[in-house]
Write a protein that binds this ligand. Structure first.
Ligand code: PLP
Length: 424
């Protein structure tokens, strides 16, 4: 006879029955996709199993979880997929965070401590700069910003206490391409770790661990999700850095829910095809913009005219839907007006022209994000977001080219330029 107590077939009260029904998974139906696990509580058969899982979870073993914050089969499936895809053959582990910015913050907090110095690219995503100047500064972690084209010259900026070099390529809004392999070589010699925000390229178009980076950060909110309907971030690290990364994740309580993790897994299945369509659409729009009299420059690294084109070609295997263009201020104000009258009146006029260009577009809607299936337009406000390499060009507009028909996107912008010309 078994020692196990006999369980009645069914609970006899509605209250108990409500907790028991629909919880048996012993007859699985084979489906294409994984089920979604939603969990706070994780159950154990014995105290010994609970204790052993606790040790494994603390050590960051794959798939170990004592509690929903540590992970579920759904979040572990995504973590393993990210480690494999972003690692690109280099042994990596990945953790998840509730947004791209929280992934950046968690990684910086995992590896920097009071008294350390951090080098961050001047062209970094704005909130990363704000984080460095806010929380990191308050913790006594000093940041210097470096020119995005510094390359091996980063050696001159490194101090004895420089712990992290944080890169992002191409740069936010201004699309400078950095020589990240050269930066990584110097950082490694000096005992600093390198981080990259690889949100723009994703593993479809870049292999940052081949460049030598130690940590790759991804806003999954963008292309991995692909549908503008959720927020998530990932920290992908070389295996030896995993214990420190995991310790920070656990201590800070950084975690995501199963439904969102499932949606990223779902978006991942079409990441490659979507990225290639974004690439083709963006290039069609960018090449058309190059022919417009109102446009001074198109800032897109896959264009031969881009100063970082050769580096981009060396380090990336494709480009995406996000790029910027610079408007000719004199074209906005009328010939000769820019140098003669740069004052408040002229600025207000430029703002009205920009509003006419961006507002009431059919496809290019106004929004701060990117990476979804839809097109977006946003004038850049980077005056306060550059300290080493201030923007001195004309008005800058960022586009995210979505998956629409490129001829229709071009017609939409053409209507915008017409409205801009007609605006007072
Ligand atoms: C380059 C880059 N990194 C990180 C982020 C942050 O992602 P999230 O919006 O999920 O915090 C963004 C968001 O715009 C971004 O553009």
């Amino acid at each position: 006879m078994s020692d196990e107590p006999q369980q009645p077939e069914r609970a006899t009260t509605v209250a108990s029955r409500l907790t028991e029904v629909a919880r048996r998974f012993d007859r699985p139906i084979a489906t294409v996709n994984l089920p979604v696990h939603r969990a706070s509580t994780v159950l154990f058969d014995t105290l010994e199993a609970a204790a052993a899982t606790g040790v494994a979870t603390m050590a960051g073993e794959r798939g170990a979880s004592t509690y929903g914050t540590a992970g579920t089969p759904t979040t572990y499936a995504l973590m393993d997929a990210l480690a494999e895809l972003e690692g690109g053959g280099v042994a990596c582990r990945a953790a998840l965070a509730p947004s791209g910015l929280s992934a950046i913050a968690t990684a910086l907090l995992a590896f920097a401590k009071t008294g350390d110095h951090v080098l961050i690219s001047d062209s970094v995503y704005g909130p990363t700069r704000v984080l460095a100047e806010g929380v990191l500064a308050r913790l006594g972690i000093e940041t210097s910003f470096y020119h995005p084209l510094v390359g091996a010259g980063i050696a001159d900026l490194m101090r004895a206490n420089t712990r992290i070099v944080f890169t992002e390529s191409p740069g936010s809004y201004t699309f400078e391409v950095q020589d990240i392999p050269a930066i990584c070589r110097v950082a490694r010699e000096r005992g600093a770790i390198t981080m990259v925000d690889n949100t723009w390229a994703s593993p479809v178009f870049a292999r940052p661990f081949d460049w030598g980076v130690d940590v790759s950060l991804l806003a999954l909110t963008k292309y991995w999700s692909g549908h503008a309907d959720l927020l998530m971030g990932a920290m992908v690290v070389r295996e030896p850095l995993w214990p420190a990364m995991w310790a920070a994740v656990r201590q800070l309580g950084v975690c995501v829910g199963g439904d969102d993790a499932y949606l990223i897994l779902r978006g991942m299945r079409t990441l490659d095809v979507r990225m290639r369509r974004h690439e083709a659409n963006a290039l069609a729009v960018a090449r058309w913009l190059q022919t417009r009299a109102e446009v001074a420059r198109v800032l897109h690294p896959a264009l031969e005219s881009h100063p970082g084109h050769a580096l981009w070609k060396r380090d990336f295997s494709g480009s995406t839907g996000l790029f910027s263009f610079e408007l000719r201020r004199d074209a906005l104000l009328g010939e000769g007006a820019a140098p003669a009258a740069p004052g408040a009146d002229a600025d207000a006029r430029v703002q009205r022209k920009l509003a006419a260009l961006c507002e009431r577009r059919r496809y290019f809607r106004i929004g701060y994000s990117w990476g979804g299936y839809e097109s977006l337009i946003m004038p850049a406000k980077i005056a306060t977001l550059r300290s080493v390499d201030p923007w001195t060009g004309g008005p800058l507009v960022r586009l995210h080219t979505g998956l629409e028909e490129p001829a229709e996107l071009i017609a939409d912008l053409e209507a915008g330029f017409e409205a801009m010309r007609a605006a007072a």
